[in-house]
Design a protein around this ligand. Structure first.
Ligand code: BDP
Length: 593
């Protein structure tokens, strides 16, 4: 799905700012048609932001159910005759949208965009009332899963993942205009033929006007380096400047629809990074060169805003990645805002792109997060319907992110149960689907400690092995000597599979300012020594091609005895101050020899 743009033929208007919010714990609003007028008893809330923490009210923070958002937008006077579209970059976890009294959109899944053609409702110069009911309930048939419990004190949301269930309109909302005949989709796939860059493109258009498709590829200095005609084609760029880690060099493909009279009907600008990705043996190759991932699993998380996108944190987080010497991150545990991938593209930062399938593991949920008694895969729990929702989330992820050069690997789940026949049966078609949607990128999933080498039945489906391991934290807690031995033994076994291994999580909770001269969990020293131990293990196993520490920054979680004010495994605090580990990682990741 293409992003809204301002081009020679397109215009967009942002609907960010204060919206009206009314929570609907009783679920009365849909039947009572709250969309049919101004919301009563509503309060102001910012968009983008999670609503949970902006108001000082436990009922808002822990709300379960529908949340009604409303705003008005004036359709620009100049949009007569244009196609007008209302787009939500996300609504967590699902939404129904009305313009005036007319339902225009419905979407499942909290982290991918959706849109509606509202041309028939949009009168240039007039106002539109936009109402969205955003629902945050998680069940076994959602991604991620959860359980809503009816208690004498109201409905309570339980879930099996380790981050707070923030909800609301977390990203931008747009009203945008395109010509009636317009570019609907663009796909670019790049290749290298020696020093020649190859760009294969495919364009879908829609509308009634007769048209031909013309493409013009420009380099970053805006020189035309190739042109083409037709809905599909191949462009060749001799001596192309490649996109590479650390060198976010982008070309731009101007996709034009040209009418019979030679006039431009529509123009869409698609950035292109010319690069290849390949797994060969135990190597992960970018442009044919072995790449070693350094970096973090991250979260979209900050105080007050929750999961709301924030350009200040975007720029600051990337500045810190650069400072610490990280060349990559994983979008744990859901697709991030579009702006994040654009920035990664422009700055040559490598991304492992993950779908929001986290918590499909009742072994882990029972052991760590306190929920007992469920079987992960069963008709009553994670079932065929869940898998269809999961498949749709993968389709939407690939459709949104397929053109980002920064994205080099799809992660289709984090720490699911993977040591059972049921898990294998669940995941096989999802791997096949991802490869069918995108034959150009490797696919993997993130393996959990409960399914070690020899037990995991899903890992062999992946092109790479992604492992989360907490030796010295959840097991052999505080005993780094025993942890090192156990970890090396397991990792050497995985190395025997002959695939590249990325350690996608390792880390220790750390309270900033807590110190000790002996190795004591929760201290800054222990976090450093724990990382050092891990690095000794990684450096002794050739198949390890990446290390991503859990986590970039401290982040909010649900309440529980395992967490003190959230998860403290951040190398930076929640407000992005470095712990001692940040300096230690910087020494490792920026050393030149
Ligand atoms: C792993 C999860 C991650 C958690 C982390 C932890 O993938 O989301 O936050 O462990 O426990 O199980 O800190």
């Amino acid at each position: 799905m293409l992003r809204p743009q301002d081009t020679r033929t397109r215009e967009r208007k942002s609907l960010t700012g204060l919206w009206r919010l009314r929570l609907d714990a009783a679920g009365a609003g849909r039947g009572d048609r709250w969309f049919a007028g101004e919301l009563d008893d509503a309060v102001d809330v910012p968009v983008p932001a999670s609503y949970n923490d902006v108001l000082a009210d436990a009922a808002v923070r822990d709300h379960v159910g529908d949340a009604w958002y409303q705003t008005t937008v004036r359709v620009p006077r100049g949009w007569a005759g244009e196609r007008v579209v209302l787009r939500f970059d996300s609504a967590t976890h699902r939404a129904v949208v009305w313009v005036g009294d007319t339902q225009v959109a419905e979407h499942e899944g909290g982290y991918t965009p959706f849109e509606a053609d509202v041309t028939h409702l949009a009168v240039p110069g007039e106002e539109l009332r936009v109402t969205a009911v955003v629902n945050n309930e998680l069940t076994f048939e959602t991604i991620p899963p959860g359980v809503v419990e009816d208690t004498p004190h109201g409905r309570r949301q339980r879930y099996f993942h380790d981050f707070f269930n923030y909800a609301g309109l977390h990203r931008a909302v747009w009203l945008y205009a395109t010509p009636a005949t317009y570019v609907r989709d663009v796909t670019v796939v790049t290749d290298l033929d020696g020093s020649t860059g190859v760009v294969r493109y495919s364009v879908e258009s829609a509308g009634d006007a007769a048209r031909t498709t013309r493409v013009t590829l420009r380099d970053a200095e805006r020189r035309v380096v190739a042109t083409g005609e037709g809905e599909q084609g191949e462009l060749r760029v001799a001596g192309a400047h490649r996109w590479a880690p650390g060198d976010g060099y982008l070309h731009e493909l101007d996709v034009e629809l040209v009418g019979d009279d030679g006039a431009t009907l529509d123009s869409y600008l698609q950035t292109v990074g010319i690069r290849t990705v390949e797994v060969r043996g135990i190597e992960f190759l970018i442009n044919g060169e072995p790449f070693r991932f350094t970096g973090f699993g991250k979260h979209e998380d900050s105080a007050v805003r929750g999961k709301g996108h924030d350009d200040a944190f975007l720029v600051h987080d990337f500045a810190l990645l650069d400072w610490v010497g990280a060349n990559s991150f994983r979008t744990s545990h859901y697709p991030y805002a579009d702006e994040v991938y654009d920035y990664a593209d422009r700055h040559g930062v490598v991304v492992i792109d993950e779908v929001a399938a986290v918590g499909q593991n009742m072994g882990l949920a029972g052991g760590i997060f306190g929920t007992q008694g469920y079987t992960t895969f069963s008709p009553e729990t994670v079932n065929d319907r869940s898998r269809e929702v999961h498949a749709q989330a993968i389709r939407e992820l690939v459709a949104r992110d397929k053109n980002h050069p920064s994205v080099v690997l799809w992660s289709i789940a984090n720490e699911p149960e993977s040591d059972t026949d049921a898990a294998r049966a669940y995941f096989e078609p999802l791997f096949a689907l991802t490869r069918e949607l995108d034959p150009t990128r490797p696919v993997g999933f993130v393996n959990v400690m409960l399914a070690p080498h020899g037990k995991c039945q899903v890992s062999e489906l992946g092109d790479v092995l992604m492992l989360n391991r907490y030796y010295g934290w959840y097991v052999q807690s505080g005993d780094l000597v025993a942890a090192e031995a156990a970890w090396r033994e397991e990792l050497e076994a995985w190395a025997g599979d002959g695939k590249p291994i990325i350690i996608t999580e390792y880390g220790a909770d750390t309270v900033p300012g807590l110190h000790s001269v002996t190795p004591t969990p929760w201290t800054e020293e222990y976090q450093v020594e724990h990382l050092d131990m891990n690095h000794r293990v990684f450096d002794s196993v050739d198949a390890v091609v990446g290390e991503q520490v859990w986590n970039f920054a401290d982040f909010q979680t649900s309440s529980g005895v395992m967490r003190v004010g959230g998860n403290k495994k951040g190398v930076f605090t929640r407000d992005r101050q470095p712990k001692a580990a940040a300096h230690a990682l910087r020494r490792r990741w920026t050393r030149t020899s």
